[in-house]
Design a protein around this ligand. Sequence first.
Ligand SMILES: [Zn+2]
Length: 204
Amino acid sequence: MVDPLRAGTDPLLIVRTMASLHGSPVARSLLDQAREARVEIRVAEDIDLDAGVFGKYTWDDRTIWIRRSLLERDPTEATKTLVHELQHAADHTSGRSDQLRAQLERQYAAEGPLPTSGLIDQVDYHLSIASESRAVLRHTQVMAELGFPPRFAVERAIVAAPSELAAYQAVWGSEAVRDNRHMAAPLGNPPVVFMPGNSAENPL
Ligand SMILES: [Zn+2]
């Protein structure tokens, strides 16, 4: 478990949410990784988060933030959010995100000039979808382990076809991502990229 002394403000709210992960071996392993990487978990005040944002992970200080009202009023969604952000933290601290960025930059450089706004925007866009797919896949997997039914369409799609490809397509197709600022110029199909070490054939 992450050291509760490093759990920032309102450690009880955080510790209670961490304890809810006990029944999931996958989540316990993510918590172990977070402790080893000195990741901190803190309460975010609602006013400091954009509307609709349940939590976030900040790279600079290796900190996971969970919305206070979620921790206080919706323990199930808080649990899910913690798992989601733990996966983002794991991808950062293990170097996976940087590996994928380098891989994407090589791919795009090999394809020549881009029809869209530029190399960095396109790489950022793909990286955001790939990272988000992994986090959604992981939180859906853990919530299933803990016995909670999927709540959102994107999670139901993953439960129906549990693979990184299904997660990728579901996340790409979700309205939130379509409206995301990383959305590139018209793309007829989801741009499929996988994090190193994963593939469409790899079920949960
Ligand atoms: Zn995310």
